[in-house]
Design a protein around this ligand. Structure first.
Ligand SMILES: *Cc1c(COP(=O)(O)O)cnc(C)c1O
Length: 440
């Protein structure tokens, strides 16, 4: 392939991606669509600069405006999450977690975390699974006992386990709450006193639910006893991809060193500007948005259950967050269903469910799918649209209709939702492709 062809192909493929998303229903629980202002930040010259260190104490010159933006960003993060301290330099949620491991544990220490099938994230994982905590920081991991009916961590079982570990000389130094399959709040309030009595540092990984916490939904980890909270800036929070850490002031020094020089050099300043804009939007519109996200999730879960799907957490109303877990074993496997739905313009992901491993299912063909509503909510959809989405999913998965046919109806449905809502500005379309080289 000639250089020119490769160049043209990349530009064309990006444009086609935008057009595809503009006629699809995006339901990946960890994704969202940023406002035009956040996209503008990502295109700015901030992307090409270095600002190692802390605002006012930089290792580089040229940071006059960058420093002001980063100070605004930190201030907004403190206000949105009501925290004493904020560091917005982590380039991702995983990097934020690495900074916490570096600051508050040593290789060889033990950490409590949720297992992957019960919702844990690979960055909390064991070395034998190539999990970040084990592989990169040398932590040993013990999993929380899990209540499958309630779909959350077992409080009494956890206390017993930690006491046993202490007796065996394996007392944990860190406890990680939060996860990626995350339907109901974790018992931070119920366990924080017990953990602190055992000298355990508590980090809450709010990667998925940061936008809900910002809007006063789900739970309030720092008030419930978490010492520090890490997050991604681009899931239910609608910023550019990146990470943020908020914490009590006494942990500030450790976190700052854990980020720089510990785990970053460049900290992606265009994304810091984007995070600042997203946090300002959250301060203004975050409450209404978070409330609607949770309502939409409950509405979609209920409609799917009515359509014959096995939605997990039925006993507790399916979900209290932005996502739901659906057992699809009656209709096929999660991997095949993911692909069929993608052909229909319904974009979601397969999901390993609690019990899958024991049943002999694995990551490529698990028993479930995970569905999230942060992005469709940002596009302005409400409960009635959730019913329509459930019927599109049913046509493909239950009625086995031709996905290409459903795709046409999906595209028609999507035409009414072209703009980002809950934003100061939305003149540019949510997925409108902005070209700098082919200016129309
Ligand atoms: C997505 C996720 C992360 C990783 O975040 P990135 O920003 O993709 O690095 C960390 N923890 C949890 C629980 C997540 O779901």
């Amino acid at each position: 392939m000639s250089a020119r062809k490769a160049y043209d192909d990349v530009l064309r493929l990006m444009r086609e991606h935008h057009e595809w998303f503009n006629r699809s229903i995006p339901l990946i629980a960890s994704e969202n669509v940023p406002s035009p202002a956040v996209r503008e930040a990502c295109m700015s010259d901030f992307a090409n600069r270095y600002a190692e260190g802390w605002p006012g104490e930089r290792v580089y010159a040229g940071c006059v405006y960058i420093d002001q933006v980063e100070l605004i960003c930190n201030d907004l993060a403190r206000r949105v999450f009501k925290s004493e301290f904020a560091d917005c330099r982590a380039t991702s949620g995983v990097v934020a977690n690495l900074a916490i491991y570096a600051a508050f544990s040593n290789p060889g220490d033990w950490m409590m975390a949720a297992s992957i099938p019960t919702g844990g994230h690979i960055s909390h994982g064991k070395k034998e699974h190539a999990g970040t905590a084990g592989l990169v920081h040398g932590l040993n991991i013990e999993h929380y006992p899990f209540l499958r009916e309630e779909m959350t961590i077992d409080v009494d079982g956890t206390k017993k386990k930690i006491e046993e570990m202490a007796r065996d000389g394996k007392k944990p130094t860190l406890a990680m709450f939060g996860g990626s399959l995350f339907l109901f709040p974790h018992p931070v309030k119920e366990l924080s006193q017990f953990m602190h009595d055992h000298g355990i540092h508590i980090n809450y990984d709010g990667a998925h639910v940061a936008g809900l916490i910002a809007g006063g939904e789900f739970q309030d980890p720092l008030r419930e006893g978490a010492d520090t909270m890490t997050m991604s800036s681009h899931k239910t929070l609608w910023g550019p991809q990146g990470g943020i850490i908020v914490a009590y002031e006494k942990f500030a020094d450790g976190i700052k060193k854990g980020i720089f020089p510990g785990n970053t050099s460049s900290h992606h300043l265009h994304h810091v500007a984007g995070k600042a804009i997203a946090l300002a939007e959250s301060l203004e519109f975050g409450k209404d948005y978070a409330r609607q996200v949770v309502r939409n999730a409950k509405a979609l879960a209920g409609a799917l259950a009515e359509a014959g799907f096995g939605v997990l957490g039925e006993k507790r109303g399916y979900t209290m967050s932005h996502q739901m877990a659906v057992d699809v074993t009656k209709f096929g496997d999660g991997g095949t269903i993911e692909k069929d739905l993608e052909k229909a313009g319904i974009i979601l992901n397969r999901q390993l469910l609690p019990g899958d491993i024991k049943a002999g299912r694995h990551y490529m063909h698990p028993g479930g799918v995970r569905i999230g509503v942060p992005e469709v909510t940002r596009l302005g959809m409400k409960e009635s649209e959730m019913k329509e989405i459930a019927s599109f999913i049913k046509r493909v998965v239950v009625d086995k209709k031709d996905p290409a046919q459903v795709a046409k109806d999906v595209a028609e449905f999507r035409r009414q939702y072209q703009k980002v809502q809950y934003a100061f500005d939305n003149a540019v379309g949510a997925y409108e492709y902005i070209s700098l080289v082919n200016r129309r």
